[in-house]
Structure formats: C-alpha cells, structure tokens
Design a protein around this ligand. Structure first.
Ligand code: AMP
Length: 448
C-alpha cells in the first residue's frame, strides 16, 4: 500500500514525503483509514512501529478545516490532546507532530513537568490546536485556567498501560472528564490488561482494535551477546570496547542513578565523551544529554531505565547492559533502542557470575540464546556460567489478542484488526504484513 492510497490530504502527504517515508507501516495502514472515518481506535503498538504518525497524520487531516493564520487566541483552541507518560516521550511526539504538520496553519504545543511554567503559560494563552502533555503538568495548567478543553475533538492516550503503571489514572480521569464526550478517542497500549479494557470500555465508543508486534519479541536484526566479566572489571571492559572501536556509540544501562553517575565520571576520566540521563538530573540536563547523544556529540549516554522505553534514537548501533536488568522484560525494552526500523544493532550485556539466573530468564523470555563474546584484553576472564543450552520455549504472551508472535526476519511481524462492538463480540479481519517490531517501557522513575 502507498501513502497516497490512505486518503490523506496532499499537504500532509507532502510532509510525509519530505520525511522520506515511502510506505506506511502496518499500524499506519490499519489505523489511518479508521481515524479518518471518525472511529475510535485501540491499538497495541509501541514506539518504533510508526504509531505517532498513525494517529497524528489522520488527526491533522481531520483538523485541516480549522487551520487558520489568525493571531487571535480564540481562533486557536485546543482541538487535540495527546497524553504521554514521560517528558521525553511528550517532547518526541511534539517534535513529530510539528514535522508532520509543518505545511498546515495548525499550532502544536507541549507541556510537561520539570521545566518552568511561564513559557508554557504563554504558549497556551496564545492558543494551540494540538497539545501534547504529561498529565501532572497539564492539570497544573488546568488548575490555573491556562487551558480549556471545550473544543477538544481528539483525545490520544499514548502508552496507556505505562500511564497506569506510573499511577496517572486519577489524573487521567480528571482530564477525560473535562473533555467533550463527542470526541474521538485513540488509545495506544503495549498490553491489554483488564485495567486497559476497563478504560477502553469507559472512554472509547465501539473501538476498532489494531495490533502490531506484541510484547517480548525482539527483531532479528539485533545481535545479542553476553560478556562474562567481574563487577570490578566492568568499566575497564567498557573502556576497551570503546577505545578499540568495537563499540562506536552506545546507550549504556546501569541499574542505579549513583552507578550511572560513577560510570559517566570514569568514562570522562578516560576522555570518552559521556553524559548521564536519570531522574535526579534536571529536565534541562536530561533533554540536553539526549539531544547531544542523538546528534552524535556524545559517544556514550549512560542511563537508568528511564531511557529504556519509548525513545527513538536513529541508527543507534549499540546498547550495553552494564548492569543486567532486574526484570527480564526490561532487557527487551532496553535493547529495543537499537536495531530499529530494520537496521542492524548489537546488544552487549555484561554478566557477572551472580547474573547467571538473569541471563537464563532473558533467554527464556526472548526465546533466544545470548551469544558469549570474549572480553577484551586487560580484563580478567571469569568462569562462564553454564547455560542451559536446551531450546527454551517462548513464554506465554499477554499480548492484545494472545497470539504468540515470532519475528520472522528483520522487521517482519504480523497484525490483525478486530472490529468490536460494545458487547465485546468481535468479528475478525486478520492480516499479515511487515512492520518494525518494537517494544516498550517499564514504570518510569518519576511522574510529572
Ligand atoms: P514512532 O513509533 O512513532 O516512534 O516512530 C518510530 C520511527 O519510525 C520514527 O523515527 C519515525 O520517523 C519513523 N517512521 C514512522 N513512520 C514511518 C514510515 N512510514 N516509514 C519509515 N519510517 C517511519
């Protein structure tokens, strides 16, 4: 299918073309026509599948009739509200929406915590049609009458499951109650738990359900290796990998903020350009660290799991698990930052003798063996834990429609749409298609 077959306006297609997109991704192919028709959509899709465009492009199309270049704030009420769980994701969605809507006279704005209120107040007061927000900061603005929702036509709940994990439900309920019930609602979630079903039942009208790559799947373009090292040798090993060019640029995960700070200092002491990103850093520092890394100014971004989900970093060649995650699902999220959109990537995990069980759990979850790679000289070898080499079975999925997913090659996957009426009695249309499989975030460290 081509973008031109989807029924989007030419000005939107122009922006899509300028982005260099040649073909819609699966979620776009399935969601866009339904959003254009005015249907509510509930999608099991994660960052990296092209989901931002899947809701933004048709939304922009439907809002085109409101486009105007008046300077009067009254001519620019909020028409679409997009809620996201983290500041970084809000900023990312905001940036995408601006790019997709750059040829339209519709304003896009973003509010999230950790940064001063005043510029946001000025932006809200001058009027904005598409508002991307984290729930906490948005409610601060509601409380001081900086924003009204009486003209909202679209509500997007992005990463709904994560917003629940982060305890945002009461905030979201308060916000939803302020939005006209005539709105169109689009809900994106990585899982389809009872809680999400309940929310969908309350807030969506006869939603079309769309699923792309379920959780716990990893693309075949990522090479997984494990290096057996001692705790003491980890930093030396990472320095060797970087200095010898085996790792050119890497997102490196530590389990604690202190550990991330310490490692960043150690790398800096070796003249390796590094920055840390975690919840004890200010939002300005977090944004700068991420931006510097994205444009290649820094070689290493040392992160806690705050960066494990949602972030889209183009052509990131390596993810290093300096500490193995406590929870094997986090492995999937962390390494999902590389090997995106069919590109090659490598995930290197440092494994101490104590990590043996964690490695087994990861292998079981992703149904794949982690290749053992020899540490680089200078590090003392440790006895490799003996892995259970028998084929592990994929664990039971809790995906949308509970059908196991196995990545075929590169960016392939499967998806299906289920039309559902209010009584929850689905009639099915199934479909197979290629798509970049991607995954999602753990509970964040701080909510806005
Ligand atoms: P998202 O899932 O919205 O975070 O998108 C992940 C990445 O895919 C972003 O870098 C987008 O620019 C890119 N992308 C979105 N749609 C397409 C498409 N149709 N073709 C190629 N890349 C895309």
């Amino acid at each position: 299918m081509k973008f031109t077959d989807l029924g989007l306006d030419d000005v939107i297609l122009k922006a899509v073309e300028e982005e260099g997109y040649t073909q819609p991704t699966l979620i776009q192919e399935e969601a866009i026509p339904n959003v254009l028709e005015g249907r509510d959509v509930m999608a099991a899709a994660q960052t990296g599948t092209g989901k931002t465009a899947s809701f933004t492009l048709p939304m922009l199309h439907r809002l085109l009739r409101h486009a105007n270049s008046s300077t009067s704030p009254a001519k620019h009420p909020v028409r679409a509200l997009i809620l996201t769980p983290t500041r970084e994701l809000a900023a990312q969605v905001d940036e995408s929406a601006r790019r997709y809507g750059k040829h339209l006279a519709l304003r896009v704005g973003c509010v999230y915590g950790g940064v001063p209120m005043n510029p946001q107040v000025a932006m809200l007061r001058s009027g904005v049609e598409i508002l991307v927000a984290t729930p906490g900061r948005l409610l601060d603005h509601v409380g001081t009458n900086n924003v009204r929702f009486s003209s909202v036509e679209f509500l997007v709940l992005d990463e709904a499951d994560r917003m629940l994990d982060m305890g945002f439900l009461p905030d979201i309920k308060r916000i939803v109650d302020l939005i006209p019930s005539t709105r169109q609602t689009l809900l994106f979630s990585a899982t389809y738990s009872e809680d999400i079903r309940r929310l969908a039942g309350d807030w969506l009208r006869s939603p079309v359900k769309v699923e792309v790559a379920p959780r716990n799947t990893v693309t075949e373009t990522i090479q997984h290796t494990v290096m057996h090292v001692t705790e003491r040798d980890k930093s030396k090993q990472l320095v060797s990998l970087l200095q010898e060019g085996k790792v050119s640029q890497a997102l490196v995960f530590c389990n604690t903020k202190m550990g991330a700070n310490r490692l960043t200092r150690q790398l800096q002491n070796k003249d390796i350009n590094s920055e840390a990103i975690h919840s004890d850093r200010s939002q300005i520092e977090r944004t700068a660290a991420l931006d510097n890394f994205k444009v290649g100014k820094t070689k290493v971004l040392v992160a806690t799991d705050i960066a494990a989900r949602g972030l889209d970093i183009e052509q990131l060649p390596h993810v290093v698990n300096y500490d193995l995650p406590h929870n094997s699902e986090d492995y999937v999220h962390r390494i999902g930052r590389t090997g995106r959109a069919g590109q090659k990537g490598e995930a290197i995990s440092f494994c101490t003798p104590e990590d043996k069980e964690s490695v087994h759990a990861i292998e079981k979850l992703i149904n794949k063996k982690l290749e053992v790679s020899e540490p680089i000289r200078g590090s003392r070898p440790v006895v490799a834990p003996r892995h259970n080499r028998t084929e592990s079975k994929q664990t039971k999925e809790d995906s949308f429609f509970s059908k196991p997913y196995v990545a075929q090659s590169g960016i392939s996957g499967s998806a299906k749409i289920i039309e559902e009426n209010n009584e929850n009695k689905p009639g099915r249309i199934e479909k197979k298609q290629t798509i970049a499989a991607l995954f999602m975030p753990p509970a964040g460290e701080k909510k806005d």
